[in-house]
Design a protein around this ligand. Structure first.
Ligand code: IPE
Ligand code: IPE
Ligand code: MG
Length: 236
């Protein structure tokens, strides 16, 4: 494991649950259930078999509230089950779970299961799982701007002292930059996912729908990552 290059911070835009279900004549909700089951296996693989330290997952965007109430309600119930029960292996794997996104509009039962997960895992040290829920990269920047502006108005921060570090510290989570972002299902867009943190990320857009994106598919994406020439502006 040690001589293989892994990204330090991996982002996964888990897309294609609906199309996976449609192909099988199932409801969209069954696609989400299959996606959640796959996620547990994938995370177990990542934290046990790779040296990836931080995983950011796009679970629900601020825009996803536009979907039918039935689908949104199903997803909210799924999150509660996921956080209260199915993330048990993550907790055992010594992974700290944090959340990014706005709390407003989330049902109380989801907020409670999030809070319990944060509390249960806060002393874990092996890795970090950042779950983006009711998350929008644009809102994250708006919310960070309000916090920083308030500090300037309060007189606790000088305008000249606003640095990249200050910005980073006042985002939802103070995480290292994203090295690699995978979006499943073949869509080639990032749909408002961690736009600040992904400024120098590499991307992969495998065609596989998320419920079928297993550890072999992940390793294939990671092989693509290893072939990239990350220059960060340097001349070669
Ligand atoms: C991603 O799958 C899961 C969420 C957005 C919550 P989709 O539900 O977007 O699946 P497709 O894109 O319709 O196939
Ligand atoms: C992005 O997927 C959000 C998540 C994966 C949670 P969407 O399926 O909602 O994105 P669009 O609508 O295709 O851009
Ligand atoms: Mg989609």
């Amino acid at each position: 494991m040690s001589d293989v290059l892994y990204p330090n911070h991996l982002g996964i835009i888990m897309d294609g649950n609906g199309r996976w279900a449609k192909e099988r004549g199932l409801s969209r909700s069954m696609g989400h259930k299959a996606g959640a089951d796959n996620l547990i296996k994938l995370l177990d693989y990542i934290y046990k078999n790779t040296s990836i330290k931080v995983v950011s997952l796009y679970a629900f965007s601020t825009e996803n509230f536009k979907r039918d109430k039935k689908e949104v309600d199903y997803l909210m119930d799924l999150f509660v089950t996921l956080f209260n029960n199915k993330l048990g292996t993550i907790k055992k794997n010594n992974v700290k779970v944090v959340f990014s996104g706005r709390r407003e509009n989330l049902p109380q039962k989801v907020l409670d299961s999030m809070d319990k997960t944060i509390k249960d895992t806060k002393n874990n040290t092996k890795g970090i799982l950042n779950i983006c829920l009711n998350y929008g990269g644009d809102y994250e920047i708006v919310d960070m701007t309000k916090i920083v502006a308030k500090q300037v108005l309060d007189g606790t921060l000088n305008l000249e002292d606003i640095t990249k570090e200050v910005v980073s510290k006042n985002l939802y989570q103070d995480l290292p930059p994203l090295d690699f972002v995978i979006r499943t299902s073949g869509e080639k867009r990032i749909s408002n996912f961690m736009i600040y943190q992904s400024s120098y990320a590499e991307y992969d857009f495998p065609k596989t729908y998320f419920p079928d994106f297993d550890s072999k598919c992940l390793e294939a994406s990671l092989d693509n990552y290893r072939k990239r020439d990350r220059r960060f502006g340097n001349a070669k």
